[in-house]
Unconditional design. Structure first.
Length: 532
């Protein structure tokens, strides 16, 4: 396109003029975080044009302010956006095809004299959590660094806040209250929890924010990881906002802790449990652990980090975690990861455990869709996935892996056990009145294998046939195609089945507590599978 630096400069100049005229009628007020980013126009990268475009879901600097209305404002915003995309593209093409490496417009942009070439502005960053806010629209959007962290938060003060921690000898997070026993030489770092006993990990008054939880214990058996119950109470509430087995809460839902790292939880070597979910409170916080087993838990060590006197505005939500299990699930019915919960809030994600019923002879269990019903949804959900393994970002089965926001920590086909997690930090799931999260309990296998285990007594209901991508919906047309295709070995079948499912859901809510957690069955505290 460009044959000389001179022609390149002319086209760039024209593009900048178009950009300025298109957006002059809706220029936002100047502010420090709307400064021009020279990196956008001068970074010597091969993908400079792409770098000039916001990430998916990120707000555009050319979004009209809240005062704009009518089709004129929309036209101006659209024209400005298109003009600036054109400008960014032309800058890259000019540099690639012989244009000068440093045109007058690039120099003006770096000096702040080319107001139409900007980085993504209008974004208010928050020091905690993963969501930023557009200053014009108020809409949340993911942080721009891709890791859920505002880089400027590390060096900005939090006025009035005080750093504290709790451990065995200082559960009140008192000033100068740690490391006292044995003349200050590691005299009290652990607790023993007898059968039926409850210990307190934190009891704090005033406003604050729990920023990190660390726990370890000597005997990490499936029995103890399922029988130690973690409860967290906010602001003197009579019921806990968090109530879950210790192992399940820390992403070991089948009592088999493995080494992993994710955005919200980690277990560096499979021997300790870390949580980094921010947990705010207004007047008080209390964290307890209860031993529901008949064996003593020894060498229970904890270290909770928190900030006290942290101011909270009216938008603050309380952290909740809810655990539940069905063994087995009901044939043809979804398993509720998070039963219907009323309030305003945000679903953070879940960690699920599956023990496949041996009666299905190892046939694949994970064809179910994840469904999120929001704000009055009844029969059909607003958010619906495409498969259980798809929900955690993988496909065509589920093997062990761990990523920042999704992973499968256990994939033991021999024992029929899987554990997986998904965090909705980059893709917020928000609700205004209520939410329910569920998963279909569906399997999939060649039709002949499905019919074989059915004849052997396995409870199942065929749902559809898959003939090389052509779907035959049996719930619509009836069971006739089953007999018609019984002799074919190249037809797949998806079917309802029953398995042992458990899940811990994590969410924020505008209230300190909800209905009491459902009672756990005797099977909840079973010894479980052996630790590998």
């Amino acid at each position: 396109m460009f044959r000389s630096p001179h022609s390149a400069s002319k086209v760039i100049s024209l593009a900048v003029q178009i950009s300025s005229k298109a957006s002059i009628a809706r220029r936002p007020p100047a502010s420090p975080d709307r400064e021009i980013s020279s990196a956008v126009v001068s970074a010597p990268t091969r993908n400079s044009a792409r770098a000039c475009l916001p990430a998916a879901g990120a707000p555009s600097p050319y979004d009209p302010p809240t005062t704009a209305s009518g089709s004129g404002g929309r036209w101006q915003a659209s024209s400005a956006m298109h003009a600036n995309v054109l400008l960014c593209t032309l800058l890259t093409v000019a540099r690639t095809c012989g244009g000068p490496p440093d045109t007058v417009w690039m120099r003006r942009a770096r000096r702040g004299r080319c107001p139409r070439v900007r980085h993504w502005t209008g974004v208010r960053r928050h020091s905690l959590g993963d969501v930023t806010q557009n200053r014009h629209t108020g809409a949340p959007t993911a942080h721009l660094d891709g890791h859920g962290m505002d880089p400027t938060a590390l060096y900005r003060r939090i006025p009035g806040a005080r750093s504290r921690n709790t451990m065995a000898e200082n559960i009140h997070a008192a000033r100068s209250g740690g490391g006292i026993a044995n003349h200050g030489t590691k005299g009290h770092i652990n607790e023993n929890i007898g059968p039926g006993e409850t210990i307190t990990l934190l009891e704090a008054s005033g406003s604050g924010l729990i920023t990190r939880m660390f726990i370890t214990l000597l005997r990490r058996t499936p029995l103890l990881l399922r029988s130690l119950r973690l409860d967290i109470f906010w602001d003197g509430a009579p019921q806990p906002a968090v109530s879950a087995p210790l192992g399940d809460f820390f992403c070991a839902p089948l009592g088999r802790a493995v080494a992993f790292e994710s955005e919200l939880f980690s277990n560096p070597e499979g021997r300790s449990f870390n949580c980094f979910i921010p947990m705010p409170f207004r007047t008080s916080a209390r964290v307890t652990v209860t031993n529901e087993s008949d064996v003593e838990c020894t060498y229970f060590v904890f270290d909770l980090s928190l900030l006290l006197d942290v101011p909270h505005d009216d938008s603050m939500l309380y952290f909740h975690a809810r655990w539940r299990r069905e063994s087995p699930t009901t044939l043809g019915e979804d398993f509720d990861i998070l039963p219907r919960t009323e309030g305003v809030g945000r679903f953070l994600g879940c960690c699920c455990g599956v023990m496949a019923d041996p009666c299905y002879d190892g046939l694949w269990w994970g064809e179910g869709q994840i469904k999120v019903r929001l704000d009055g949804d009844a029969a059909f959900p607003t958010i619906c996935g495409t498969g259980t393994e798809d929900y955690i970002g993988t496909a065509w089965g589920m093997d062990a892996f761990f990523h920042y926001r999704q992973g499968c920590l256990l994939a033991d086909a021999k024992e029929g056990q899987w554990a997986f997690y998904r965090w909705h930090t980059a893709d917020p799931v928000l609700f205004e009145t209520d939410i329910r999260v569920s998963v279909q309990v569906l399997g999939g296998a060649p039709l002949q294998d499905v019919q074989r285990v059915q004849r052997a007594g396995a409870p199942l209901t065929p749902v559809y046939l898959d003939d090389h991508g052509t779907i035959v919906r049996l719930l619509d047309v009836g069971p006739g195609p089953l007999a018609e295709n019984a002799d074919r070995d190249d037809v797949g079948c998806v079917f309802f089945r029953q398995d042992d499912w458990c899940a811990t859901s994590y969410f924020y809510l505008d209230r300190t507590h909800i209905a009491p957690p459902e009672l756990r069955s005797d099977a909840t505290t079973q010894e479980g599978p052996p630790v590998p």
